[in-house]
Design a protein around this ligand. Structure first.
Ligand code: ZN
Ligand code: ZN
Length: 890
């Protein structure tokens, strides 16, 4: 570890004020002393081997991008994970609590351009700075398992996994659309496109370009990823819903419409070869025995989720880039111009991220196709709102039963034919005539009309029967589509994992052999961000030897999306120094799945879907046994200030270093847990940090004042406790119960800390009783040590200091978590005020755990209450359980 700070004192010699001076809590004195001591104990936070016999607990916070500076959102995230980890250690678990760095990414390249610092140097400098901040916060990470994704000992395994995926057909290359800024002359990630413009060139509209890219076939796992969500009951429902929507399964049918052969045919010399290929009409279905042979005609396959409305299809709509369209436009320049216009509109809408709201335009091709159900000829149009990469790039237009189709049909005067009706009006209507102003009618619970032999079927039944009919007759089939697309992992950037592929003139694409891994990123290159992959400008990198033929080969110059790094990093923590494999499978089998993962909800989709995918790939490679990487997920709220998320541009950033310098790490951490429940947004108030710091000061003085008398009179109290002492003990056990249950349950650490504050209040208020001898100070021997241990997950430095001062042996982390005595924790009786019409009339006594009904009866049976309500009518009785009864009478 490189990040030790010079200690001000040694751990064994805490600074004490001279006798007579008030005890002062000075975190700047206490905290560095303990930080130093812990730095000298590298195994303090190390997990034990699987043979330890303890139950395992893997708690993990999402690894940060090393920007150079922790922000308060980090502090909050890590304070939650650290509190949990410490409590689990104390509860006897074998805890794995690692940390690492998501260290590749574009900011390093930008910084390199701006400051003329190599990305590696800049990144590793930031890592060191942030590690130093984490150490100062007293976070309980095992730095021996630290993972830094930009180092070859890590990214070589990205390459290794990529090769395994390539071998299995899970990694492949295809042409796809990318965001391109002509001024940057580079590809932009989606998040670098802001309102359709380049993030660095506000005036520059981003273009879509076709580039050859590498993809990972996540769609192979679409159904499994979807079904797996049902079992993830330790995940927030909102995250599961976001993932379900992202995967976007829809059930429907493919149906082929045969195109009338009235354009150029195969023998026509004006048709080029490509058109002929397109028009040979490759069927989407294997030929079936006995099915009619439809291959004579070209076919357009459409995908629909509403095959039940197919008799209402009054046109087909093709995407401008549909292959059939080029066949139509080849001999018709006017149509070609119209289609080019439509494509342009679509591109602009896509670039603005707003295809859903595009103003709909279309062009009639002059061609027709036949509806295989009705035998009817329908016109073929090209429409700007149909996308080539959704479904088949062609739809049937059913204006009566689809919003978009309705709008389009009205605009272009296409027929609107009703083929399903609400059950009731279908049964009362003879001809299917109905009010046109109710159109489009899109409800699903309906009956079919105007639909040939399918008339009168309920539409749910029709969906199944009509898909089966299409399959039986060889022109369609039931099918499922997903919104989820394959994962494009190519980036034209320098600071990422080189994709381990070679291009040989003789052999084509050739994978780099395993024994030549890692493909090392050249350490120092000039980054200009001009003209595509920076690695393309490094001849020593690009020029390689083909491992198959020994001839010259060109290296792939794209690097991997950084989400590859974070897709499996948490497996590496279990075996961070393995240089033979990504990890030892037996270690992973012991630690996985992660018991608790904590991070921001902004990672709900990409990171958490990619890592679920990666886990399944590793499972299919025989490397892991778990299907899911994470058993429980917690997404913490944001840290905001003055109503907005902290950000440099808003000027409302609070620096953790400032807070630590002013109030100490303990107070900063504890405030981030105390100010709001962890799942809610936290509105940062410096007054609140100061308040927490004052509370810790009270705890410090409370304990320090008693250290001397307690250690000199360390004798057991034999006589029974006085009522005052019993009251304090009861409060202690109630507090232990409360904090313990909060850790086990809802993680409302704010209420846990508030409960400890109440206990401290009661102890302070008991000072006169101690002074008078009414309560013997020896009772504090039973109260102060557990109090100090209860605070350990929230303020580890102060707890360590006070534990030592109380004569406790060993590290706080190794102490058993305080246990509560259920008997002692129970309140014997409570007092409950009773109001009548808002006016206090009586105070009744009840058992501390009184049920509402009993409380109500007791209140109504009270003499004073009876006389207050005599002769009146009770309107209602309002109960605040165990707190208050309010009777409303008139
Ligand atoms: Zn730009
Ligand atoms: Zn070769």
């Amino acid at each position: 570890m490189s990040a030790r700070e010079t200690p001000q004192e040694t751990a064994s010699a805490p600074v004490q004020p001279p006798a007579g001076e008030p005890l002062r809590y000075i975190p700047a004195e206490i905290e560095p002393r303990w930080q130093q001591r812990w730095a000298e104990m590298p195994d303090l936070y190390a997990a034990e081997p699987a043979t330890s016999g303890k139950p395992k607990y893997y708690v993990l916070e999402m690894l940060p991008y090393p920007s150079g500076q922790l922000h308060m959102g980090h502090v909050r995230n890590y304070a939650i994970g650290d509190a949990l980890a410490r409590s689990m250690w104390m509860r006897g678990y074998n805890v794995l609590h690692p940390m690492g760095w998501d260290a590749f990414g574009l900011p390093a390249e930008n910084a390199a351009l701006k400051n003329n610092t190599p990305p590696r140097e800049w990144t590793l400098g930031n890592v060191a700075a942030m590690r130093r901040q984490m150490l100062r916060l007293g976070l309980s990470y095992d730095w021996q398992t630290e993972v830094t994704t930009c180092l070859p000992e890590y990214y070589r395994w990205n390459q290794w996994f990529f090769l395994r995926m390539f071998e299995r057909g899970l990694a492949y290359r295809k042409k796809s659309k990318v965001n391109w800024c002509p001024q940057c002359a580079t590809v932009l990630a989606n998040e670098q496109v802001i309102d359709g413009r380049c993030w660095r060139h506000e005036d520059q509209i981003v273009e879509l370009r076709d580039l050859e890219q590498w993809f990972l076939r996540i769609t192979n796992y679409a159904q499994e990823l979807l079904e797996g969500l049902d079992k993830l009951d330790g995940w927030p429902e909102k995250v599961r819903t976001m993932q379900r929507n992202w995967i976007g399964r829809s059930e429907g049918a493919l149906v082929e419409f045969a195109v009338d052969e009235n354009t150029c045919d195969e023998n026509d010399p004006t048709c080029d070869d490509e058109d002929k290929e397109v028009r040979k009409g490759q069927s989407i279905l294997p030929p079936r025995e006995g099915a009619p042979n439809l291959k004579a005609a070209q076919k357009i396959a459409i995908f629909t989720t509403r095959i039940d409305t197919i008799y209402g299809a009054t046109s087909l709509q093709l995407a401008p880039e549909h292959p059939m369209v080029s066949a139509f436009t080849a001999a018709e320049p006017r149509l070609a111009a119209e289609v080019a216009e439509l494509l342009d509109q679509q591109k602009k809408a896509r670039e603005a991220g707003d295809v859903g709201a595009i103003e709909k335009h279309g062009a009639f091709t002059g061609h027709y196709a036949t509806n295989p159900f009705s035998g009817e000829r329908v016109p073929i149009w090209v429409a700007n709102y149909v996308l080539l990469d959704y479904g088949t790039g062609a739809i049937m237009s059913v204006p009566a039963h689809d919003e978009r189709d309705y709008e389009f049909a009205q605009k272009y005067g296409l027929e609107i034919r009703i083929v399903v009706l609400p059950r009731r009006s279908a049964e009362s209507s003879e001809s299917g005539k109905t009010d046109l102003h109710m159109l489009p009618y899109t409800e699903e619970d309906s009956l079919l009309i105007n639909s040939g032999e399918f008339n009168t079927l309920g539409n749910k039944e029709a969906l199944k029967k009509m898909a089966a009919f299409a399959e039986e007759h060889g022109f369609g089939k039931a099918t499922v589509t997903y919104r989820l697309k394959d994962w494009g992992v190519s980036r034209q950037r320098y600071w990422g994992t080189p994709i381990p592929m070679l291009y040989c003139e003789r052999d084509g694409i050739v994978p780099v052999p395993d024994d030549q891994l890692p493909v090392i990123l050249p350490p120092q290159i000039e980054i200009t961000q001009q003209g595509g992959s920076p690695l393309g400008n490094v001849p020593e990198f690009v020029n390689a030897i083909c491992p198959r033929c020994g001839g010259p080969a060109r290296r792939e110059t794209d690097t991997m999306d950084t989400f590859v790094d974070s897709s499996w990093y948490f497996y590496r923590y279990t075996d961070a120094h393995n240089d033979k494999a990504p990890f030892d499978t037996t270690k992973v089998a012991y630690w996985f799945p992660i018991d608790q993962y904590i991070g921001g909800v902004e990672h709900a989709i990409l990171h958490l879907i990619y890592s679920r995918f990666w886990t399944r790939v590793m499972r299919d490679l025989g490397m892991v046994k778990n299907n899911e990487p994470v058993a429980r997920l917690f997404t913490q709220g944001m840290v905001i200030k003055n109503g907005a998320k902290m950000s440099k541009s808003k000027g409302n950033v609070v620096s953790p270093d400032d807070m630590i310098a002013r109030y100490g790490a303990d107070a900063t951490r504890m405030y981030s847990l105390f100010a709001a429940p962890p799942d809610r947004d936290l509105d940062w108030q410096e007054d609140g940090v100061a308040g927490v710091s004052r509370f810790l000061g009270r705890v410090y003085r409370l304990v320090m004042k008693r250290v001397e008398p307690l250690s000199s009179k360390a004798v057991a109290v034999n006589e029974p406790f006085s009522p005052g002492a019993l009251k304090l003990l009861r409060k202690l056990h109630q507090t232990i119960r409360k904090v313990t249950q909060d850790f086990e349950g809802r993680w409302h650490f704010n209420t846990s800390i508030a409960a400890v504050m109440e206990l401290v209040n009661d102890l302070t208020a008991a000072e006169p009783a101690f002074a008078s001898g009414e309560v013997r100070p020896e009772v504090l021997q039973q109260i102060l040590p557990p109090l100090v241990l209860l605070l350990a997950p929230f303020s580890p430095y102060l707890s360590a200091e006070l534990w030592q001062q109380l004569g406790g042996e060993g590290e706080v982390l190794r102490q058993p978590w305080p246990r509560f005595d259920e008997q002692l924790a129970r309140e014997e009786e409570i007092e409950v005020p009773v109001q009548v019409n808002g006016k206090l009339r009586a105070v009744i006594r009840a058992a501390a755990d009184v049920e509402d009904e009993t409380l109500r009866e007791t209140a109504l049976a009270d003499d004073k209450v009876k006389s207050a309500i005599a002769g009146k009518q009770i309107v209602k009785v309002i109960l605040v359980p165990r707190k208050m009864v309010n009777i409303v009478v008139k």
